[in-house]
Design a protein around this ligand. Structure first.
Ligand code: ADP
Ligand code: ASP
Ligand code: MG
Length: 438
């Protein structure tokens, strides 16, 4: 069985939903993961924001506008009056729920998570109803019945596997299409939660791994992973194949086409991941598998909002255990380190979550002199970086000769070289890497 995921743009209008239907109706049984219609999750974030700010009037305005947009989609998507009525009745439940929050005096994180879940619940219900209207044996597989994160916010793989199998077994074996929600899940306390923004890709790979799918397809608005970020660099090109490790590095270091951690479940079960374009379904896209193209630099990506922290200590040289104390400080504050470089007198690390920055810095000051630099970017070059491949590092470093580089990391894996630069230099760095490397 294949798992196919369609992102927000791919289900962003009635026309797009119809195109998705024509792409998935080929007679093969499949699980289809859908995002919310494009813009919806942002709108839901906006509604929650108004509610946090105790402004129910503006929240209601946004809800009303959104409801009108959905009503227009219903009008265009379905041909039978009774299906339109059924769709409107389903949507009414969701909009009524949103409105209920505007009548409450308190608004909690728990409420926000429920609000954020409505987008995927609506898009899946709409597409499922459309498939049924055109005579496809399609069913809704509720993600909240099987998708779950644990106390550390990590996917609970055993739970997901057991419960998706149960959920699938409820339906007749001749079911053609199982439609399910991306992004949304339950947490360890059984509350509604989510897999973070862009998380529908993660849902698809978790489901793919749980059902041991033959392939996971991520359908989006571009023809595969490009060799550089198309939002910043012109004339980028799709990459035909990537090794799991290469794709994982690119996703983690900012290639928005993939959720940062969505490659791992597929890699662990050795399930190929194909990135495809809904707007150009014939394009070959990118195939991610165990196959590595030797001696090739594949792509460049950049991760924003990085903070660099340097700890300088005259005592470091002789003090074994210094690094372990530094790392322990980050671990205590549940902050993961992305990049690290060391010298005899100090260590520099980067973090992308500065929620506990003040506590971390206060604690680190007991070990040495601490300097913090915000608004940094990690630029990451990915490919076959085996140390036997001569000249690659020189070429990459040469591309950045005009740009101040704060840190360099190489040798952590065979697949990446990373640089820390100022956010203001990001575009220039990406462009000159493209010029030099591709
Ligand atoms: P979806 O809504 O389908 O999940 P996303 O917007 O999350 O789509 O991801 C697709 C977008 O990722 C593209 O439109 C593109 O702008 C952006 N992107 C960033 N880096 C890359 C890259 N290296 N290759 C392809 N797309 C990229
Ligand atoms: N709808 C969610 C978001 O916009 C999840 C996703 O699209 O992957 O972040
Ligand atoms: Mg996405």
């Amino acid at each position: 069985m294949k798992v196919l995921k369609f992102g927000g743009t791919s289900v962003g209008s009635a026309q797009r939903m119809k195109e998705v239907a024509s792409l998935i109706c080929d007679g093969d049984q499949k699980i289809v993961v859908l995002s919310a219609m494009s813009g919806t999750t942002n709108t839901l974030v906006e509604i929650a924001d108004y509610l946090y700010k105790k402004n129910p009037v503006s929240a209601n305005e946004v809800i009303n506008k959104m409801e009108q947009k959905y009503a227009a989609v219903v009008e265009e998507l379905y041909s039978k009056e009774e299906t339109k009525a059924e769709a409107n009745a389903i949507l009414k439940v969701h909009f009524d729920l949103l409105r209920k929050f505007t009548q409450n005096n308190v608004f909690l994180l728990f409420d926000e998570k429920i609000i954020l879940a409505q987008g995927e619940l609506m898009s899946t219900a709409m597409v499922n109803l459309y498939l049924q209207e055109i005579g496809i044996k399609s069913v809704l597989l509720p993600a909240l019945d099987f998708m779950r994160i644990d106390k550390n916010n990590e996917p609970d793989l055993a739970y997901i596997r057991t419960n998706i199998t149960k959920s699938l077994s409820v339906f007749p074996t001749d079911t053609e299409i199982y439609i399910t929600q991306g992004y949304i899940c339950r947490n360890a306390y059984n509350e509604i939660d989510n897999l973070q923004r862009g998380g529908s890709d993660y849902t698809a790979s978790l489901i793919g791994a749980a059902v041991k799918a033959s392939e996971i397809q991520i359908w989006t608005d571009i023809d595969g992973m490009h060799n550089n970020d198309p939002r910043f660099v012109e004339n980028t090109k799709p990459v035909a194949t990537l090794h799991f490790e290469e794709a994982a590095e690119l996703a983690y270091f900012g290639a928005k086409i993939l959720h940062p951690t969505c490659i791992l479940p597929a890699k662990l079960e050795n399930i190929p991941v194909r990135l495809l374009n809904t707007m150009d379904p014939q394009a070959p896209g990118t195939l991610i598998s165990t196959k590595l193209t030797p001696k090739k630099i594949e792509a460049v990506a950049a991760k924003d909002n990085i903070t660099a922290i340097k700890i300088k200590s005259g005592r470091m040289l002789l003090a074994h255990g210094f690094l372990s104390k530094v790392f322990e400080c980050f671990a205590t504050h549940k902050t993961s380190i992305d990049m690290i470089t060391t010298s005899e007198v100090g260590v520099s690390v980067t973090i992308d979550n500065d929620k506990h920055l003040d506590e971390i810095v206060n604690e680190l000051k007991t070990f040495g002199t601490v300097t913090v630099e915000k608004d940094m970017v990690i630029v990451c070059v990915v490919g076959d970086m085996d140390s036997e491949n001569l000249g690659y590092q020189a070429k990459i470093v040469n591309a950045l000769k005009e740009i101040p580089v704060r840190m360099i990391s190489y040798g952590g894996s065979n697949y990446n070289v990373s640089f820390l630069v100022k956010a203001a230099d990001k575009k220039r760095a990406l462009e000159s890497l493209s010029k030099e490397l591709f």
